[in-house]
Ligand binder design. Structure first.
Ligand code: NAD
Ligand code: UFG
Length: 344
């Protein structure tokens, strides 16, 4: 049931990992939510999970954003949209190297179609999912929003850089206003235990690989290199709880609607603290009470040695701050993994 008087937001990719947590945050704040998702990396069952947490479902359109007529039909029907949060994208770095055109088509045509429809329908507020991948291997840490954007290592990373440029240019020549959020490493699951990452096939990312190793899907966790120039030799990342990432989107939408700020703004979404792969493994062992089997292997091609965020701008200007610890990230990921196994 729509809440009259509250804003209505379109969330693309709203059944995916970060999108579904953001849908929950929005519904819990009594906003109305319309979701578009082509289910290429998610399941319609996520709608039931959202309803079991919030007591209601968002309006859902199972369409592909590359299908412009289908997207136009959604905008023709949904006349109350005030802002769009654009999560929908393909995100597997390795796959993007093998299939660059798939990534350029899916991630960029969908963005252009979406912005066309927004402008045609005077929906002038856009929050965009960007990534710390735009900083590449940074020269200075922590990285600020003014740190140089390095040449992209993968076509996936390039879709984020080009996406930011497309949005920037459009905000300079139209009524469109936008905030790009550069996430660091979102991990963990919803505190209810009812929502989390559902990677289709073998995951590529550290935390789902840790939890799946812990339940015996894999015999050991492969650690890609322990000869980096870091205290324990393993790579350092800024892991951030997915619920903190979700809250950043609510605040970004509210900022756009308030009319504050420039037409185009960029914010880092991290905790500001870097942890090594081995520190993450230790935190998981503490959260689960298990010993995780590991094996040190060769470095993974394309990995950055260390990156973590300077979050001053998002703390001070956006008014957002990550609140959840690495322990909470690991314990929620573990509760989620166990709930999946118990269902099998
Ligand atoms: P996800 O794959 O779980 O969610 C993306 C959703 O978009 C999926 O449900 C998928 O079905 C949908 N989708 C993809 N292409 C679509 C299309 N053409 N039309 C309609 N729906 C489409 O990914 P996620 O981890 O939730 O990531 C969300 C966004 O955040 C992505 O843009 C991603 O690049 C970005 N990001 C993610 C991370 C991360 O580590 N998860 C880090 C930085 C940035
Ligand atoms: N790692 C391992 N073993 C594994 C998997 C990962 O040691 O089995 C290590 C990696 O080498 C890296 C760290 O764990 O040092 C984190 O790796 P992830 O794959 O979880 O994350 P990345 O930082 O490589 O990449 C993530 C997203 C990308 C995004 C990038 C920057 O997966 O989509 O953050 O935003 F581009």
């Amino acid at each position: 049931m729509a809440n009259p008087g509250k804003g209505t937001f379109l969330i693309t990719g709203g059944l995916g990992y970060i999108g579904s947590h953001t849908v929950v945050e929005m519904l819990q704040r009594n906003y109305n939510v319309v979701v578009i998702d082509n289910l290429s990396n998610s399941s319609e069952l996520v709608l039931d999970r959202i309803a079991s947490i919030c007591g209601r479902k968002p309006v859902f359109y199972p369409i592909d954003l590359c299908d412009k007529p289908a997207l136009e039909a959604v905008f023709a029907k949904e006349k109350e949209l005030q802002a769009v949060i654009h999560f929908a994208a393909l995100k597997a770095v390795g796959e993007s190297v093998e299939k660059p055109l798939l990534y350029y088509k899916n991630n960029l045509i969908s963005l252009v179609n979406l912005m066309d429809c927004m402008i045609e329908n005077s929906v002038n507020n856009l929050v965009f999912s960007s990534s710390c991948t735009v900083y590449g291997e940074p020269d200075v840490l922590p990285v600020t929003e003014k740190s140089p954007v390095k040449q992209a290592i993968s076509p996936y990373g390039n879709t984020k850089q080009v996406g930011e440029e497309i949005i920037h240019d459009t905000t300079q020549s139209s009524q469109l206003r936008s905030i790009a959020l550069r996430y660091f490493n979102p991990v963990g699951a919803h505190s209810s235990g009812k929502l989390g990452e559902l990677p289709l096939g073998k995951p590529n990312n550290l935390v789902p690989l840790i939890t799946q190793t812990a339940v015996g899907i894999f015999p050991f966790l492969r650690i890609f290199g322990n000869d980096y120039s870091t205290p324990d030799g393993t790579c350092i990342r800024d892991y951030i709880h997915v619920e903190d990432v979700a809250v950043a989107h609510v605040i970004a939408c509210e900022r756009l609607l308030s009319g504050k700020g420039e037409n185009y703004e960029v914010f880092n979404i991290g905790t500001g603290t870097g942890y090594s792969v081995l520190e993450v493994v230790k935190a998981f062992e503490k959260a689960s009470g298990l010993n995780l089997p590991i094996q040190i292997e060769e470095r993974r091609a394309g990995d950055i040695e260390k990156v973590f965020a300077d979050t001053s701008l998002s703390n001070q200007i956006l008014g957002w701050k990550a609140t959840r610890s690495l322990d909470e990230m690991m314990s929620s990921a573990w509760v989620w993994q166990q709930s999946l196994i118990n269902k099998e």
